[in-house]
Every structure is written in C-alpha cells, then in structure tokens.
Ligand binder design. Structure first.
Ligand SMILES: Cc1cc2nc3c(=O)[nH]c(=O)nc-3n(C[C@H](O)[C@H](O)[C@H](O)COP(=O)(O)OP(=O)(O)OC[C@H]3O[C@@H](n4cnc5c(N)ncnc54)[C@H](O)[C@@H]3O)c2cc1C
Ligand SMILES: *[C@@H]1O[C@H](CO)[C@@H](O)[C@H](O)[C@H]1NC(C)=O
Ligand SMILES: *[C@@H]1O[C@H](CO)[C@@H](O)[C@H](O)[C@H]1NC(C)=O
Ligand SMILES: *[C@@H]1O[C@H](CO)[C@@H](O)[C@H](O)[C@H]1NC(C)=O
Ligand SMILES: *[C@@H]1O[C@H](CO)[C@@H](O)[C@H](O)[C@H]1NC(C)=O
Length: 490
C-alpha cells in the first residue's frame, strides 16, 4: 500500500475522531494556556491524589485522569472546554464528588475539571441573595451564611457538593420553601460551545429551567449561583434510634407523618439500616435512625408519634442549623465513603407501598448476607407544602412536581471492598431486581439525586420532551453526550 495514502488516512482519522492520544494532548495544550499551577498531570502529586481519592463511591477513585485542572474563573472553564473539544478527549466535571454513578464526575484517561478552586462566597444583605461559586461543599455554605442568620437550601449532610442543587436538592427546609433549585435566581453557565451566559427567568429561561433539577453536566458548567437565602434561627432537632422490635411501629408512624403532618416547619428523614453482622434470627443487624428537625424551638406535638415509641437513644435538643447538619456526627457524608451505589423509588403515601418496599428490602438483606457492608433505606417525604412552594417560584422546577404528599425511597448498597467483577455485577443485578420488584407510582418523578444511571430518571419527568429539546439546543453536536457521563436523554 502507498505510504502516502496511509498517512493521509491517519491524518483524516485523527481529525475526524480527535488526536490519537486525546487526553494527554488536551492536557499539554491546557498546561500551555492555563499554566502549571492550574493543571496537574502527575498522578503522585498530592493535589491530584486528593481529588481522585475524594469520591463518596470509592470505586470512582480507581480512575486515573490524564490531568486534573483547577479553574479559577469561568474563562478558565471556557478555555478548558474548547481545548477538550478540539482534542477529542473525554472529561468530567467534579464538584463534591458524591454522585455514585460511573463517570458522572470521574474520568479515566481524560481531563478532570475539579471545581474546588472556584469557591468564592458572598452575601448581599439588601437583596438577601446568596452568591457562590460551585467549589464549596454545602457544609461550607451553611457555615458561612450562618453568620448572617441565613442559609441556602441544600442536602441534609454537609460534605455533599453543589451538584446536589442541580439535581433538585432536598433539604430539611424543603417543606417550607421547596427544593434547593427552586431558590435559584441566576446561574452563570459555560455552555458546551465555550460561550459564557447568565441564565435566569429572563435570559436563557429554557436553560435555567433544565438546570433546576434536571441535572448538571448535560447543558454546560455552572460557574456561579445566585440564590434566594432563607432565615435560620434556633432549631429543635435530633436523632431517635430504635431497635428492630419497633420497625413496624416506626414505619406506621412515618406513614402517618407523611400523610398528616400539618406543620411545614417539621421535617423528617427516616433511615433503616442493615449491618453486615450475622442475623442469627435475632434481628440485631437492623436499626432505625430517625432525623427529626423542627425550625423553631417549640415543635408542639408533631413528633409525639415517634417519641411515644420506645427508643434506644434520643438526642433532641436546641441546635443551630450547622449543628442540625452535623447530626448524628460531623463529617458523616465523608466518613460513609465506600463502594456505594444509589437506587431510588417513588411512591404514594396512601397505599401499602411503604410496607411492601420495606419488606422486599428486609428479605433481600436476609438472603444476601456477606454481599454487603451496609444497606440503608431512607423515607424522604414530599409533602404538599413542598410541592406548592416549588411550583410557586419560577413556575416550578424541571420535575414540575405533582401535588404532594408522596415520597421517595433512597436505597444505598455498600458492597465489600475487593469484590470480583463477577460477584459485584451479580449483587448489583440482584439489588436492582429487588428495587424494581417494588414498582413505582405512575406519574411521579424519580429523584435524580438518589438514582442509579440505569434507572433513566429523566424519562419519568412529565417534562422529558422539553428537557430533550433543551439538551439538543445547548449541546447540539453531542459534545457532552459523547465525552462525559450523565443522565440519558434518549
Ligand atoms: C452522604 C450523602 C448524603 C446526601 N444527602 C442528600 C440530601 O440530603 N439531599 C439531596 O438532594 N441529595 C443528597 N445526596 C445526593 C447528592 O445530591 C448527589 O449525590 C449529588 O449528585 C452530589 O453532588 P456533588 O457535587 O457532591 O457530586 P458530583 O459527583 O461532583 O456532582 C454530581 C453531578 O453534577 C455534575 N455537576 C456538579 N457541579 C456541576 C456544575 N457546576 N456544572 C455542571 N455540572 C455539575 C457532575 O458532573 C456530576 O454529574 C446525598 C448524597 C450522599 C452521598
Ligand atoms: C490549545 O487548543 C486550542 C483549541 O484547539 C487552540 O486554539 C490553542 O491555540 C491551543 N493552545 C496552545 C497553547 O497550544
Ligand atoms: C443573629 O441572631 C442572634 C440571635 O437572635 C442575634 O444575637 C444576632 O445579632 C443575629 N445576627 C445578625 C447578623 O443578624
Ligand atoms: C452575568 O451577570 C453578571 C452579574 O451577575 C455580570 O457581571 C456579567 O457580565 C454577566 N455576564 C454575561 C455574559 O452577560
Ligand atoms: C399521629 O398518628 C395518628 C394515628 O395514630 C394520626 O392520626 C396523626 O395524624 C399522626 N400525627 C402526626 C403529626 O403524624
């Protein structure tokens, strides 16, 4: 064969599909354009190690990016996206690293965009708007805004990153104010094209809509959040811990609370736990950890259905908001790191789904001893006051939440470390079948913050067709679809 034709062929292939070594090519280019202090290619560098070790699903730490970039401005992010696009490299956008799905915020042999250096925070007392970049954790944000007796809505544990807001963001304050994303007022976004825009209800309203609960890394990179802050004073809050004997009584009290609680200042998260210890038919492997939070010092009798059930421990007391977020212990969101995977269910409060789901989960736990380190099952209520507050702001979020009450179940499976791939795949399939066997309520959205990628949660949104259009408009040539992880729009 004529060598010249072969070379032309290689040249054409390289241009059609990017360069032969796209990750390193992008990294060399970025080192030249952004400078060595913002681009780290040495996998033994301490900052590189810190970024790759800091994933809540420890399996994401196995991947080795060609380099990690630490942008300090939206312009840096724009330069990075253009260079990554030109090279044909894969990439990932990482905020707090708490999403459990493969390649959502991790990348193997591509460019990791670590947003942790993009971390300015401020507060405007005249407008009561909170303005922050994506590099802080929500714990950092709660601590900062507490000095003004304010907070922003976000997850119930501090270590989780700002990606949680783009997925909706369920907060203890959600029954009063809606989801975290409902409080967004303006987002600065670097589009897949590299263009930097401000999205709000006035400008780029479709983009603003998609980013309020429709996920992050589909439409661009958010580089600044302008958010309505909310007042916080003292809370009456704590944990109640129950042993197995109370499982059913507590489940009934949770169901009653989800259907009847009249006070939006009262908020609960209910966590059932299964430990890996042998069961021995004594059920000592199960406990219930209730998080009860009241915005104010006098909860009246709203939690009486819980406190009247015999418990092992009760830590209810007056607390500041940062103290509420540190329950039961500070840094829980970091300490619980392991081979963790999420799944989600969505259900009506008026049927027997709460019992059916709990029983399916318990049976699975009994028959799968040895295949998990820890199993948790969370009831996450979505009361009517939440969906009303959500739909009253900006015309509602990307979920267009149907009127509550209804609820999500968040399932977490932590598998033992060093499982073989075959065993790992088998236990994940079995766990998926258990969750699928419970079924979901028709017409309610699966919560993407708690979902596994294979659940295709966006397809359960009534707005799915609209989100597909927004995705096609802002990522017209499929750059993000092809080169980074994220929710399916297909
Ligand atoms: C211990 C724990 C507790 C949790 N508690 C809650 C809770 O109370 N309420 C709740 O709603 N959720 C909760 N979650 C779920 C959490 O919201 C999701 O895991 C979320 O994806 C985490 O965001 P992150 O920034 O930490 O993670 P990442 O993995 O860094 O980011 C998540 C996704 O968003 C994308 N992304 C992040 N930032 C940007 C950006 N600026 N621009 C574009 N894309 C971006 C990433 O690419 C990735 O796909 C919890 C999770 C854990 C592990
Ligand atoms: C980096 O890549 C971009 C996009 O292809 C290009 O415009 C720029 O000239 C390159 N910069 C360097 C320093 O190589
Ligand atoms: C916050 O609230 C406390 C207690 O009510 C009060 O003493 C303090 O002055 C408030 N701080 C601000 C900045 O409003
Ligand atoms: C976005 O809004 C900010 C003010 O919040 C402004 O400084 C900036 O110039 C705007 N950017 C664009 C691209 O309009
Ligand atoms: C407590 O439980 C009773 C039923 O036993 C129910 O009628 C009541 O509404 C519940 N209250 C709350 C706040 O959950």
């Amino acid at each position: 064969m004529n060598t010249n034709f072969a070379l032309i062929g290689i040249y054409l292939v390289a241009h059609a599909y990017g360069t032969a070594n796209p990750g390193p090519t992008a990294c060399t280019n970025l080192t030249n354009s952004l400078g060595v202090e913002k681009v780290i290619s040495n996998p033994l560098n301490l900052q590189y190690l810190a970024s790759t070790e800091d994933y809540w699903n420890a399996l994401q730490s196995d991947y080795k990016p060609s380099c990690i970039i630490y942008p300090k401005s939206s312009q840096d992010v724009s330069v990075a996206l253009q260079s990554i696009r030109a090279s044909g490299s894969r990439f990932a956008i990482k905020a707090g690293g708490h999403n459990t799905n493969n390649f959502f915020s991790s990348v193997d042999q591509g460019v990791l965009i670590d947003l942790s250096s993009l971390n300015a925070i401020s507060y405007d007392p005249t407008t009561t708007l909170a303005i922050y970049q994506p590099g802080s954790t929500y714990g950092d944000l709660y601590d900062y805004y507490a000095q003004f007796n304010r907070t922003v809505l976000g997850p119930t544990l501090g270590g989780v990153g700002t990606g949680a807001g783009l997925g909706g963001g369920l907060s203890y304050l959600s029954p009063q104010y809606g989801m975290a994303c409902d409080d967004f007022r303006e987002l600065e976004v670097v589009l897949p094209s590299g263009e930097i825009v401000n999205a709000s209800s006035e400008s780029y309203p479709d983009l603003f809509f998609g980013l309020r609960g429709g996920g992050g890394n589909a439409y661009g990179v958010v580089t600044k959040y302008t958010v309505q802050s909310r007042p916080v004073g003292e809370f009456y809050a704590g944990n109640l811990i129950y042993l197995f004997e109370q499982s059913d009584a507590v489940a009934d009290a949770i169901r009653d609370f989800m259907q009847y609680n009249p006070d939006p200042k009262a908020s609960i998260i209910a966590t059932y736990l299964k430990l890996p210890t042998p069961d021995l038919d004594l059920n000592l492997d199960e406990a219930i950890l209730m998080f009860l939070v009241y915005d104010g010092l006098d909860p009246g009798d709203v939690f009486n259905n819980f406190t009247s059930i015999p418990y092992l421990l009760n830590t209810m007391s007056a607390k500041t908001y940062p103290e509420v977020i540190n329950m039961p212990i500070p840094y829980l969101a970091q300490l619980s790191r392991g081979d963790n995977v999420f799944r989600v269910g969505v259900h009506q409060v008026t049927d027997n789904s709460y019992k059916a789901a709990l029983n399916a989960w318990r049976n699975w736990a009994e028959t799968n001893k040895g295949r998990y380190e820890l199993l948790t099952f969370d009831f996450e209520p979505v009361p009517e006051s939440l969906t009303e507050a959500s739909n009253a702001q900006n015309g509602g979020n990307a979920m267009q939440m149907p009127a509550g009450p209804w609820y999500w179940i968040s399932y977490i499976l932590e598998t033992p470390p060093f499982m073989s791939q075959v065993d790992y795949d088998a236990v994940q399939t079995s766990f998926k079948e258990m969750v699928d066997s419970v079924g979901n309520a028709d017409g309610l959205p699966l919560f993407i913050n708690d979902a596994s990628a294979d659940q295709n949660p966006l397809s359960t949104f009534s707005t799915f067709a609209e989100l597909q259009q927004i995705k096609n408009k802002y990522d017209p040539d499929g750059f993000f679809t092809g080169k980074t992880g994220g929710w399916s729009f297909a």
